[in-house]
Design a binder for this molecule. Structure first.
Ligand SMILES: Cc1cc2nc3c(=O)[nH]c(=O)nc-3n(C[C@H](O)[C@H](O)[C@H](O)COP(=O)(O)OP(=O)(O)OC[C@H]3O[C@@H](n4cnc5c(N)ncnc54)[C@H](O)[C@@H]3O)c2cc1C
Length: 382
């Protein structure tokens, strides 16, 4: 039998690629290999689960078996690829060898861990997949207080969601505003005020220095000496694309696994997409880019090479306490921000010297302007 197309990873990148490709090729053998249980779920829903009181099971859309049937594929779950041998076109799973026709790396990114002293390391939970979500929910059974590390997009979404789910929430982050690097200060102030309005407490500036068990609870000490009692710590300090195995196999890596516009790595027959990939210099950890990549790569795998293009890609942030849509200016395009509005309703626009719109951040009632503004936005990758 001919070697299969092998996709490593059953997240949104791996599964969407498999779906798109199966629309064009129903015959070639397909093997998906996943370190997790292969259940299909929409990762963005993880930060809406507490408000909806949904457990991990409740977020699952399909079991791995149903996905295998739907995709006419073999899916190997709880199986970690440990190495790639590009010259022989094979991957290693421990001692076992699996040959491939084409190999697609869709193995995502892993949570960054910050060093925290103390005896309660086991109560710090990263949250980047369904299994992480199940672990945090289990740790919070019968408990009410969560300390969140990180005030970025994911930290703020969980702050809103946990608060809406009835938890007490403290956010600790060593920055001056929420979502630094993504939002201009006026929009950040609006979002922070919206979250404070529903009871989220912010400690911006210090870091969590130590976390210790204290009876049934946990005691966190911040670098400025403040103390916070909590029941669990959710770590949302960022993600790092998984590049180590690719680098060890001699593939070019930078922040992510370097691929061209056809999603091809520096080695023939090996491609990458999703959170692990750096596409023409861009490592975007969002769903829209990976969907565009899945459609383009499916065509390439089906024998019609196609380059990916990204149109405008505004991001709707799930902070209903202060609705937020943001479209950061494309890299290497310089512009000036102008801010209109006040309080919760901020309309911050970034324009270049000719007046062309490069990006925006809209909060509160101003989010209703997004459709009109989207028509003016430049493509992220033309
Ligand atoms: C809480 C949260 C909310 C989000 N909300 C939004 C949103 O609202 N909008 C948006 O656009 N984006 C959002 N994102 C980002 C978006 O969900 C991700 O960009 C996307 O899901 C990444 O998909 P992926 O398939 O590349 O990676 P992953 O989903 O991480 O999948 C990686 C897969 O690879 C497997 N794997 C890893 N290593 C190996 C190995 N060695 N061998 C075999 N398998 C391996 C894993 O088990 C997994 O199956 C959110 C992210 C989070 C965490």
């Amino acid at each position: 039998m001919s070697a299969p197309v092998v996709i490593i990873g059953t997240g949104l990148a791996g599964y969407n690629l498999a779906r798109e490709w199966r629309k064009l090729d129903t015959q070639t053998p397909l093997l998906l290999i996943s370190a997790d249980d292969g259940r299909f779920y929409s990762k963005p829903m993880l930060s809406t689960g507490f408000a909806k009181n949904k457990d991990a099971e409740g977020l699952v859309m399909s079991e791995a078996g149903a996905m295998a049937e739907q995709l006419v594929a073999e899916i190997r779950t709880h199986t970690s690829v440990t190495g790639i041998d590009p010259r022989q076109r094979r991957v290693w799973i421990g001692e076992e060898v699996v040959n491939y026709r084409d190999l697609i790396l869709a193995w995502g990114a892993e949570p960054i861990r910050v060093p925290v002293a103390g005896d309660a390391q086991d109560s710090i939970f990263p949250l980047n997949d369904l299994e992480d979500y199940a672990r945090l929910r289990a740790a919070l059974t019968g408990k009410r207080r969560v300390l969140i590390l990180g005030a970025g997009l994911i930290g703020c979404e969980f702050a809103n969601d946990l608060r809406a789910g009835g938890y007490e929430v403290d956010v600790v982050a060593p920055c001056e505003q929420v979502m630094p690097g993504l939002l201009p200060p006026s929009a950040a102030t609006a979002v922070q005020a919206g979250l404070q309005g529903i009871g989220v407490r912010f400690y911006l500036g210090p870091m969590l220095a130590s976390l210790d068990h204290a009876g049934d609870a946990l005691l966190g000490r911040l670098s400025d000496g403040q103390m916070i009692e909590c029941d669990a710590v959710l770590s949302a300090v960022g993600l790092r694309p998984r590049i180590a195995l690719a680098a060890a196999a001699g593939l070019e890596v930078n922040r992510g696994i370097v691929v061209d516009r056809q999603l091809r790595t520096s080695h023939d027959n090996i491609y990458a997409l999703g959170d692990c990939a750096e596409v023409d210099g861009l490592n975007l950890l969002y769903v829209m880019p990976l969907m565009a990549c899945a459609r383009a790569l499916a065509r390439t795998l089906a024998g019609e090479p196609m380059a990916v293009a990204y149109g405008p890609m505004p991001v709707t942030v799930k902070t209903p306490a202060c609705p937020l849509v943001v479209s950061p200016p494309p890299r290497a395009r310089h512009g000036e921000w102008t801010v209109e509005g006040a309080g919760e309703n901020i309309r911050a626009l970034c324009r270049d010297e000719s007046g062309a719109l490069l990006g925006y951040a809209l909060t509160g009632a101003a989010v209703q302007d997004r459709l009109a503004l989207n028509r003016e936005l430049p493509a992220v990758l033309a």
